[in-house]
Structure formats: structure tokens, C-alpha cells
Design a protein. Structure first.
Lengths: 190, 562
């Protein structure tokens, strides 16, 4: 199998590092070699956070090279656009339709328009934060919801069972059920 | 994760004593030891700074305990004063010193430092891992070398190794009990008093020769790929994986010498690799130290070989990799293409988003007490705001320099605001307001404060005391009355220190009382002497973490302080 390249991007505080831990564990469950890269500290404090996950038979670098992503999961719309340099014409974008504004933020329509243009391989723009807030009362579950979406819609080579087992291992007891709910909720998504 | 693998490696080697100071990308090591120390029969602590942390481990080593010291890149600058004599005395029980460099400065103000340079200054062996597995293996190797040669070993990691996650095969060590050491007097070995110190230097050089022979045979250095050919690559650290990725993407098989030892270098192995090759590319993070060494080795064994890399000596056309910023697969691929004149269609094509994307700056967390402090200081300054000079320091208060605050006219290193603010205050008639966090104050702020009192300047120092070393992930410090292992201790009060240093105008307040803060700033700005305001309010993120997970209280709440 060719190495599968995933870029996972968003804003500090959205639970991206936890998502990476779940993904890594799921890859191990499924018998893949996996490497991932993340940043801590200053780079995490409400700034842009980009992480890389690569899985396959034998993975060398933990970083996805520019233009080589198979899938870009964006937990925030502008951040997905920011990291579109990792995409090529086949890359699939799975993006949370959710803006976390700051002074100087681009008009939302312009962000979505640019994404449409760039995502030649396909764009799934999903209101994950809103769905999770409405159904589960917590928008921070948007990441796990999108992960479920990627897995159930077969946008990446992981099985739902592997990820569910990873959630069992990685997530503290108290939050397990709600994470599993968020993951499975996406199965019903069109 | 790479840093977790260092913990496993140290446990497998039977570590007894862990000290250090938190920073990115190293803090996870001390944090993890804090959580597991008790059950693992290990003593763990956060020291007030890296120098004290190293010295603490030196005491443990001299008493017969295996030690680990952990710090970020700049930590080695702080501890270097004791690092150099340690090379002379050597260790008694083995010691590994972990240093985390941060190419591209993702989490590091200050400079893009390559800590491998300390190998030359201190003459201490340096290992350079590429992956979490090597973080584990090289930590164990570090203890082996240290045990064998009685020298500390520096394990130098970088962000992409330290925060790289990958499967790691490791041993689960046997259950271990806390060990008490025994200090056997030996001033001949432990005191660097001249003229004995000169003998010690000779002893050190002899040890290095032996370690060099050890490095020549070590499996930490290996040759991968095709065995023959006129062109080859020498790589170390994370750059090795960029090389392998670039070769795979271009469908090339070339000989690669991967070096795990940075110091001392296995010069014979390198020489035999270079022999018969016409072109060599050297791939390493940060400064071209290795490249320069290889150029010297090539001069002896194969003077015609062309060495490509970042520095390229007298041949600018051989400069095929950038010296600023971290490397990646794309940069290494371009370097290979340029150096070896590779004809390939498989280069990395990228496309940029059409629009200019506005930058998202890191910001203070929601509910952060600093959100109260910064605007109130501005308001208190009123018309003098533009004339006021703002000193900045390391930690969450760095964010004062970013929009919307823009309150930072200089920012250097841990505690540096104290010295620079004094210098500006002494040199001008301008008013200086200097911001510093509690962790940074304990780390290196105190000598600067004493200096400002002693040498009579008049900055207003505002200590943003959120009761925790927050930026690096909530590490305990002397101000909170808790240790990394969850022990309750006396809370060291910053106001008491300020008074003891001779500061006459000291006020401690909760910044939630904005009126009180505003009048304190206004009052102290009129003073001709140093003044200190301590704004004490617990970090909002920590408060929320404790609320959602009360079990954490063991590590953060001292009932005596409540």
C-alpha cells in the first residue's frame, strides 16, 4: 500500500492533538506503520495548529510533503484554506463549516469560494460544530465527528472498529461515551 | 511520542533521579516523570532553572544515583556554566542530558539555536536521534556510554523528533524501589581546583579518544540503501527521513550514511563512506556543523569529492539547502536534484491558495487573567502610553507583544526583561513598565531585580502571577506550593522576595479588582525607585482543567494554601 497522507488542521484548543492520538492508535490497531507530527506550547495557544499523520507499510518522515496530501481535514474553514499548499488535484478536503474569527479575518464567502476553487479532488463542507452542539451539546466534538465522517464515507483507509477501539484506549473514561456518540453520529450524515 | 520514548528509555536504564526545567519541545519528559515517579521508584523534580537542574543531577550522580536532566535548547545556555566543569570531573553514576532544539522556532522566542555546538565547547558526547524508537534506543545507549566512560551524554532532539508519534518497541523494566545514594568523599575528582583541573582536561581528552573508538563500532551509525555508487548522502536526525522520503518519491536508490553520533564523530566510518565517491550531500537540521566536519575528513581521504549542503565552503554552487528554518522533504528533494543533477519529473508540485490568508496569531486564552491586566495598565498610563517603554519576557506574557495589546518593546531570554529594563531606565528619562511571569521570575528574574535595586533604576515591574508555569503545559513552580510529584511544600511568595531584595514599593493584588490595579499602577509610576506589582490570579486554563478533572488536584492544589 502507498503511504496515506493526512493533514489535520485547525485552531489551538479544538482538540487536534487528541484526534492525532486517536488516529495513531487506530492505525496500530489496524496493523499500519504510522508516524505523526504535532506542535506544543506557543504554537498551540489559539494560533493555527497543523498536524500530519502518515500511515502505510513503512513510513519515513512524520511530515506530509507539500502537494502530497490525500486528505485534508480542517476543523476551521480558514485554516483548511491556509494549508491547501499540501493539496494536489486529487486531494479531498473535509472541512468543518465553522469560522473562528479574529480581526482581519477574510469574508466567510470568500474563504468558501477559494476552497471550492482549490479542492479539485472534492470538498465536503460539513457543519460539524453546529451539529455537535445541537445533538451533543459540545462543539469541541466536531473533530471526532469529522473523523467519523472520513471513516464511514471511506475517505481514508481506516475501519470504524479500529477507530472505536482507539477511542476506548485514548479517551479518559468520563468522556468516552460522548466521543463514541460523536463518531457514530456522522454515519447518518448524507 | 519521541519524548515519551525518552522516559521509557530512562526507565529501562534504571534511572533514579530526574531534574530539569520545562520548555518546548522537552516538557513532556518531566511531566510524565511527575505522574509516574512514585510508582516507578524514581525521584522527579522541576528545578528553578536549568542550571540548578543540572547541578541537582550532578549531586545525585556524585552520590551514586542514575540521573536524567531535561530542558529545551536555551536551557543548555543557562546550565553551561556547570556543564563545562562536569565534563572535567566526569560523572560517578551515569547521566543523560536531554536537550530539545526547535528548528523554525515554532515554540521558541530567542533564536534558532543548534545545541550541538555545545559538544565543541564542553567536549561532552552528543547523540542525535531521528525517531521515537531511536529516542528510546539512544537514551539507553547514552546511559551505556555514560556508565562506561564516566562522562555525561547529551541526547539532542528536535521538535519533529520530540513531538513525532510512532510505534516504539520497549522493555518494561522490573519493579524498582526508591534508591538512596551515598556520597563518598572524593575532592580529587569532584573539585575543579587548579592545578588539578589541567590534569582533568587531559583525562577528558583520553576518554574522548576511547569514545571515538566506541562510536566507530556503534550500531547508532549505519549505511542504508545501495552499497556502491559515485554519489551518496550523509544524514542525521530528522533530516534522514526527509532524505529517505525524497529518494522514495523520485524512485532513487542511493547509499545513505545515517549518523546517530554527532560527537565524537566516527571519522573512519565517514572516511570509508566518502572514499571513491565524487559527490556527497549532507542533510542536517540547523547549522552545518556536520558538513564542515565532513569537508575536513574529505580533504584527507578524498580531496576531489564535492561536498554539498548548507555552507558549501568556498563553492557557492554547492549550497543546495537553506541554512534558515527547518528542512523538509521538499527542500531535501530540491537539494538532491541540484547537487546530483537528477533529471526527474517527480518533483514536488505545490499550489498556493489564491488569496493572501491573514495570519492567526496565538492569543491569550478565554478568561485569562492577563486580559484584565494589560488593558488596565494601558488605561492607567493614559496620555503617557505612547512614551512608555514595555519590557517583555518569556512565557504567556509574550502574548502582550501581539495584537491587540502591542505592549512589548523588547523580549530576549528568561528573566532578561529585568536587566534590559534596568539598562533602559538608567540610560534614559523614559518610564519603563516591565512584564514578567511567575515561573520566569523564579527562573532568572531575581538577580536582575536585585541589580535594579542595587544600581538604582526605577522600572515598574509587573509580575503576572498565574500560579503556574503555563505556556509549556502547566508545570508546577515554587510559587504554587506543589512539586511535580504532587507533594505539598511551602509556597514561595514573590512579594516576600521583592521586599528582601530591597524593593520599597510592593503591592500584591487580584487583577480581577481592576480599580485597585489601576490605582496601584498610577501610584507606582510616580516613584523614583524600583516598584513591583504582583497580579495574582490562577491561570484560566488550569482552573478549567481542574474543574473538569478533579483528580488533577493532587498535582496542583495544596490544601494549606486554600
Amino acid at each position: 500500500m502507498k503511504t496515506f497522507n493526512l493533514v489535520l488542521t485547525g485552531v489551538g484548543g479544538q482538540g487536534i492533538i487528541t484526534l492525532v492520538s486517536i488516529l495513531d492508535e487506530a492505525c496500530l490497531v489496524q496493523g499500519y506503520d504510522v508516524k505523526s507530527s504535532e506542535l506544543h506550547g506557543l504554537s498551540q495557544r489559539g494560533g493555527s495548529v497543523i498536524t500530519h499523520v502518515r500511515l502505510g507499510k513503512e513510513v519515513f518522515s512524520p511530515m506530509v510533503a507539500e502537494g502530497r496530501a490525500d486528505l485534508i481535514i480542517g476543523l476551521e474553514t480558514l485554516e483548511a484554506l491556509r494549508d491547501s499548499n499540501f493539496s494536489n488535484d486529487k486531494t479531498i478536503f473535509l472541512v468543518n463549516k465553522h469560522s473562528m474569527g479574529f480581526p482581519g479575518y477574510m469574508p466567510e464567502q470568500e474563504v468558501a469560494g477559494s476552497l471550492q476553487k482549490i479542492a479539485k479532488g472534492g470538498l465536503h463542507l460539513i457543519e460539524a460544530s453546529e451539529i455537535c452542539k445541537k445533538e451533543l451539546g459540545k462543539d469541541v466534538l466536531a473533530g471526532v465527528y469529522l473523523l467519523g465522517y472520513a471513516v464511514y464515507k471511506k475517505l481514508m483507509p481506516l475501519k470504524p472498529e479500529s477507530v472505536l477501539r482507539a477511542i476506548e484506549t485514548v479517551i479518559p473514561e468520563k468522556f468516552k461515551d460522548i466521543n463514541i456518540k460523536a463518531f457514530n453520529l456522522s454515519e447518518k450524515h448524507d | 511520542m519521541g519524548n515519551e520514548a525518552v522516559v521509557k528509555g530512562a526507565l529501562a536504564a534504571g534511572v533514579d533521579y530526574v531534574s530539569g526545567y520545562p520548555g518546548c519541545p522537552s516538557a513532556e519528559i518531566g511531566d510524565e516523570f511527575g505522574r509516574i515517579a512514585e510508582e516507578s521508584g524514581v525521584y522527579a523534580e522541576w528545578a528553578t532553572n536549568e542550571k540548578v537542574g543540572l547541578e541537582s543531577a550532578i549531586g545525585a550522580s556524585f552520590s551514586g544515583l542514575k540521573s536524567l536532566v531535561n530542558m529545551k535548547s536555551f536551557g543548555i545556555n543557562v546550565c553551561s556554566d556547570s556543564l563545562f566543569p562536569l565534563a572535567y570531573t566526569g560523572t560517578k553514576a551515569p547521566m543523560v542530558i536531554f536537550v530539545g532544539d526547535d528548528p523554525s522556532c515554532h515554540s521558541s522566542a530567542q533564536s534558532e539555536q543548534d545545541s550541538r555546538g555545545y559538544a565543541y565547547l564542553s567536549k561532552i558526547p552528543v547523540l542525535d536521534p531521528s525517531s521515537p524508537q531511536e529516542c528510546y534506543d539512544f537514551t539507553k545507549l547514552g546511559y551505556e556510554i555514560s556508565e562506561k566512560f564516566n562522562l555525561p551524554v547529551i541526547l539532542r532532539s528536535t521538535t519533529r523528533v520530540a513531538h513525532q508519534r510512532a510505534p516504539v518497541a520497549f522493555d518494561v523494566p522490573d519493579k524498582k524501589e526508591f534508591k538512596k545514594g551515598n556520597f563518598e568523599k572524593n575532592p580529587h575528582q569532584f573539585s575543579t581546583m587548579p592545578p588539578r583541573v589541567m590534569e582533568m582536561k587531559t583525562e577528558l581528552l583520553t576518554k574522548l579518544e576511547k569514545i571515538k573508538a566506541f562510536a566507530e563500532k556503534s550500531k547508532a551509525n549505519k549505511i542504508i540503501g545501495k552499497k556502491t555508487g559515485k554519489i551518496g548522502i550523509i544524514a542525521t536526525g530528522i533530516s534522514y527521513y526527509y532524505v529517505m522520503d525524497a529518494l522514495e518519491a523520485m524512485g532513487l536508490d542511493l547509499p545513505v550514511l545515517k549518523l546517530g553520533f554527532f560527537y565524537p564523530l566516527p571519522e573512519k566510518l565517514i572516511g570509508s563512506f566518502i572514499k571513491g565517491k565524487s559527490k556527497i550531500l549532507v542533510a542536517e537540521e540547523l547549522d552545518p556543523y556536520l558538513e564542515k566536519e565532513i569537508r575536513v575528513i574529505a580533504k584527507n581521504v578524498n580531496p576531489k569529492a564535492e561536498i554539498f549542503g548548507k555552507n558549501a565552503g568556498s563553492e557557492p554552487s554547492r549550497r543546495v539547502l537553506p541554512e534558515t528554518g527547518e528542512l523538509n522533504t521538499e527542500k531535501v528533494a530540491l537539494g538532491l536534484i541540484e547537487a546530483f543533477k537528477i533529471k526527474t519529473s517527480k518533483i514536488f508540485k505545490t499550489k498556493k491558495a489564491g488569496a493572501q490568508i491573514p495570519k492567526r496569531y496565538p492569543r491569550l486564552c478565554d478568561g485569562c487573567p492577563y486580559w484584565n491586566i494589560l488593558p488596565v495598565i494601558k488605561r492607567a498610563l493614559g496620555q503617557d502610553l505612547d512614551k512608555t517603554i514595555f519590557g517583555g519576557d518569556i512565557g504567556c506574557n509574550m502574548m502582550a507583544g501581539l495584537p491587540p495589546h502591542n505592549m512589548q518593546d523588547y523580549m530576549f531570554s528568561m528573566g532578561a526583561s529585568m536587566g534590559i529594563s534596568h539598562g533602559v531606565s538608567r540610560s534614559t528619562n523614559q518610564k519603563v513598565v516591565s512584564l514578567i511571569g511567575d515561573g520566569t521570575f523564579f527562573h532568572a528574574g531575581i538577580p536582575g531585580l536585585i541589580n535594579a535595586v542595587y544600581n538604582k533604576s526605577n522600572p515598574l515591574i509587573v509580575v503576572l502571577d498565574n500560579r503556574i508555569t503555563a505556556m509549556t503545559g502547566h508545570q508546577q513552580n515554587p510559587g504554587m506550593g506543589k512539586t511535580v510529584m504532587g507533594g505539598n511544600v511551602e509556597m514561595v511568595k514573590i512579594e516576600d522576595i521583592a521586599v528582601s531584595c530591597g524593593v520599597k514599593h510592593v503591592k500584591t493584588l487580584d487583577p480581577a479588582n481592576m480599580g485597585e490595579l489601576e490605582s496601584a499602577v498610577k501610584e507606582f509610576l510616580q516613584k523614583d525607585e524600583v516598584s513591583v506589582i504582583i497580579c495574582r490570579h490562577v491561570c484560566a486554563l488550569l482552573e478549567r482543567r481542574l474543574k473538569s478533572n478533579p483528580d488533577l488536584g493532587k498535582f496542583y492544589i495544596n490544601p494549606q494554601n486554600q
